[in-house]
Design a protein around this ligand. Structure first.
Ligand code: GUN
Ligand code: ZN
Length: 428
């Protein structure tokens, strides 16, 4: 029997999708949240919850904001040590920095060290769920899941599959990609809070035979997620066209091999053609917006407002280490800035929703994580809305919660993360 925990503060729960009328009214604030047996047992006033759980340990957080932990829907944990590598665009960046680093993951000890380092960095930034690519090495998947499990995290990951256009030591085959992915899936999917994602890196590094094999695996395990990259840079799209001459567009290279579905996570998805947008909306595949990466690698502007209007499901992600940050606060800020360049000022409620409930829904996990409501898993972050002098002097002037939160979104970093709770246990 675990001890009950009560956190007091400004507990924020989303009541509805914040992209309709009046985003400011999409959430409710309560004074306290009760954690019991790893879940959210109640949300209400301090008086009501202390009466309900008189033996609870109470953590008083004053006027700090208590929200669901952040959900980062697309990362590459193996790129932790080469984040912020200078001066290249996507294909050169992969060849110059990414592939040499990923070769190091042939060593399971190195993989374990980076997996631990990565999860410590993201927890310190308030992220309680990540969806990560690993490398082609099965041991890199074991390393990641072992590190996530020991921290009690809900986490998703998969072996990155590539059988062409990468260094020889980073290539598998259609057969071994299927066999290794299947063995890892059987080993890890559904263990504690872990889930497996079938992971073809992107069409340029897979032969049609490999995409076909992974499409078959997904059909055999339809409850798994599938993650890949889609239409990130224009050079990449031209390359895909030359590699798959019979496909009408980039999305069709996945679709024709059984890799388009509602449990598909399509990273970036910036430069989509009308047919691709229609198919994605129809099928319900999730577009994962990676704003710091899109500016850092020079990929382009994802038009969030247009995608939401046409009915796409959208998640938010750092894309570490193409992205230049481990922080979902910084990622929300970048999404805001890109929104401005595309003509829409995203409301703080929309930004926070994307980083929590929206990403959780993209992973089809919106019934378990991403919000503070009764029955949800107790993954929470306590945000200090006055974590630096610059932020404090601005938030002191704020009239309401969204105005108080926005300076932390725009200027906050890991100093704003006062506490992190994972499955009802304090992690930070
Ligand atoms: N496209 C294929 N692989 C990658 C990767 O590792 N990072 C990014 N940003 N795009 C990719
Ligand atoms: Zn990526």
């Amino acid at each position: 029997m675990q001890t009950d925990i009560i956190l007091t503060g400004q507990v924020l729960s989303f009541d509805r999708w914040p992209f309709g009328d009046s985003p400011a009214d999409s959430a409710t604030l309560s004074g306290a949240v009760l954690l019991r047996q790893g879940r959210i047992a109640d949300v209400g006033t301090v008086a009501a919850l202390t009466q309900k759980a008189p033996d609870a340990i109470v953590h008083n957080h004053g006027d700090a904001l208590i929200t669901a932990g952040f959900v980062d829907a697309h990362v590459h944990y193996p790129q932790t040590a080469m984040i912020a590598s200078w001066g290249k665009r996507l294909i050169d960046w992969l060849n110059s920095y990414t592939f040499p680093e990923e070769l190091r993951f042939a060593d399971p000890i190195y993989a374990a060290r980076i997996a631990g380092r990565y999860l410590d960095l993201t927890l310190a930034n308030g992220t309680t769920t990540v969806v990560s690519y690993c490398t082609i090495h099965p041991a890199s998947v074991d390393a990641f899941f072992t590190a996530a499990r020991s921290r009690g995290l809900r986490a998703v990951a998969g072996k990155t599959c590539m059988d062409r256009n990468a260094p020889a030591d980073l290539l598998d085959t259609a057969r071994s990609a299927y066999d290794d992915s299947k063995a890892l899936l059987e080993k890890w999917h559904g263990v504690d809070r872990l889930s497996y994602a079938i992971t073809p890196r992107f069409s340029p590094t897979s032969t049609p035979a490999q995409l076909e094999a992974l499409g078959t695996l997904w059909a055999e395990h339809p409850d798994c997620l599938m993650q890949t990259h889609l239409s990130e840079q224009t050079d990449e799209i031209a390359w895909v066209k030359s590699l798959y001459p019979t496909a009408r567009d980039y999305l069709e290279t996945y679709e024709m091999h059984g890799l388009l579905g509602a449990r598909g996570l399509y990273g970036h998805a910036i430069h989509l053609e009308p047919r691709e947008r229609d198919r994605l909306a129809e099928v319900g595949g999730a577009l994962i917006h990676c704003p710091t990466s899109n500016t850092f690698i020079g990929s382009g502007l994802f038009d969030m407002a247009a995608r939401i209007t046409e009915g796409q499901r959208v998640g938010l992600a750092t894309d570490t280490g193409g992205g230049s940050s481990f922080s979902m606060l910084r990622t929300m800020a970048a999404a805001y800035e890109i929104g401005q360049l595309s003509g829409t000022a995203l409301h703080p409620a929309q930004l926070l929703w994307l980083a929590t409930a929206g990403s959780a829904q993209a992973l089809q996990m919106g019934d378990r994580i991403g919000n503070i409501t009764v029955g949800m898993e107790a993954d929470l972050v306590v945000l200090d809305l006055a974590s630096t002098p610059a932020i404090a002097q601005r938030s002191a002037r704020a009239g309401e919660i969204w105005e108080a939160l926005f300076p932390t979104i725009m200027m906050g970093d890991d100093r704003a993360i006062r506490q992190v709770w994972v499955g009802g246990k304090q992690a930070i």
